[in-house]
Design a binder for this molecule. Structure first.
Ligand code: PEP
Ligand code: MN
Length: 369
């Protein structure tokens, strides 16, 4: 059960103390307080854990400071979408809104290789009105002999160039807690020219200790990729780990499932789950058509499979697109064969706009009938 308190409740006030004392006296109930510092107001929620079935909603509603009471189901307590649940399905980070009602494109390099390619990529994004990107510095690779990413050495120039070209958010995978500290330090050292969305990759979806550490910080939002060989429920519970530790600014990423049933695609595209995740949780949903499809093959209509898959996700209501581009794919150190070309960026964005418009028209049509 969640008690949503009136905004700007004073944690030192008499009424709040009265509430806390009352809750402490409830048998078999533990409490966890979560505060969310917004631009204008502070929101406080108190999670009641334990035998909450014994509690009466009306009684709880009448307690001091309580504005609303939500009885949550056991699943995805914090990120879940529960009955009569007024909690928002969006968050803001570095001036960018991420919600179940928005769409942000994160086109960029799968892996940072050199400053020149980073700059060409970021300039193309700026020229096309984009404020987000993806830049891999820490790459989890199948073979220990493959390029592992430049790690912390590339962070200063990546962040400075991002600032130069007006990029506000960079999606960047981390595979170890030390990477979090390296990113924080590099942002600090460069004067915070940009923001970072930490990405937990599909190989780490159930790395619970990493999830707990990333969940304990609230500086960066998190993009959690769905695990490629586990159920949707297991991946959504992984997202809940982040929230249960305190960070609820989580985007859930679909990136295809590992099975040879998806051949000849790299993974089996699972974007039909976009509306499912939006129904079960309040997380914005990201699609990664590059790692799903994994090639530059085109259909007989001439449209690349990556673009078809993107459109399928967007027309189903996706909120974020993570997509690989590269200025010179044959020279890319990771995943060159699936990268789109910089000259394809305006076309890609227009194709996305068409699919988004079609999605919005579909929603309007339903609301009309
Ligand atoms: C990536 O986005 O670079 C990546 C490695 O994705 P995934 O974890 O989905 O394989
Ligand atoms: Mn990749």
């Amino acid at each position: 059960m969640i008690l949503i308190l009136s905004s700007n409740t004073d944690p030192h006030g008499a009424e709040y103390q009265q509430l806390i004392t009352h809750l402490a006296g409830l048998p078999e109930i533990q409490t966890r307080v979560h505060t969310e510092q917004g631009a204008e107001k502070t929101l406080t929620e108190i999670y009641l854990i334990g035998n909450t079935m014994a509690l009466d909603i009306k009684d709880m509603q009448s307690l001091p400071c309580v504005e609303r009471v939500v009885r949550v189901s056991e699943e995805y307590r914090i990120l879940g979408r529960h009955k009569d649940d007024p909690r928002p399905a969006y968050f803001e980070y570095n001036g960018v809104r991420f919600g179940q009602d928005t769409l942000n494109v994160f086109a960029g390099l799968c892996a940072v290789d050199n400053a020149q390619h980073v700059e060409l990529m970021l300039k193309a994004l700026r020229d096309n009105g984009q404020v987000c990107t993806r830049m891999g510095a820490y790459k989890p690779r199948t073979s220990p002999y493959s390029f592992q990413g430049h790690g912390k050495n590339c962070l200063p120039y990546v962040f400075e160039l991002a600032g130069k070209y007006g990029i506000k958010v960079i999606a960047m995978e981390i595979t170890h807690e030390s990477h979090l500290n390296e990113i924080s330090a590099a942002l600090h050292q460069t004067g915070h020219p940009t923001g970072v969305m930490l990405q937990i990759g599909t190989r780490n979806t159930q790395n619970f200790e990493l999830l707990k550490i990333v969940g304990r910080q609230q500086e960066f939002p998190v993009l959690l990729k769905r695990g490629f060989g586990i159920t949707l429920d297991e991946s959504l519970n992984a997202a809940e780990y982040l929230a249960s530790e305190g960070n609820r600014n989580v985007v859930f990423g679909l990136r295809g499932m590992k099975t040879n049933m998806g051949d000849p695609h790299r993974n089996f595209v699972d974007f039909a789950h976009v509306p499912v995740v939006k129904r079960l949780t309040r997380m914005p949903v990201c699609i990664d058509p590059s790692h799903s499809v994994g090639t530059r093959s085109a259909a007989p209509d001439g449209i690349l499979d990556v673009m078809h898959a993107t459109a399928q996700g967007v027309i189903a209501g996706a909120n974020m697109i993570l997509v690989d581009f590269h200025p010179a794919p044959t020279k890319a150190l990771v995943d060159g064969p699936q990268a789109l070309l910089l000259k394809e960026l305006p076309y890609f964005l227009e194709d996305v706009r068409i699919a988004r418009e079609a999605y919005l028209k579909r929603v309007a049509l339903l609301n009309k009938i």
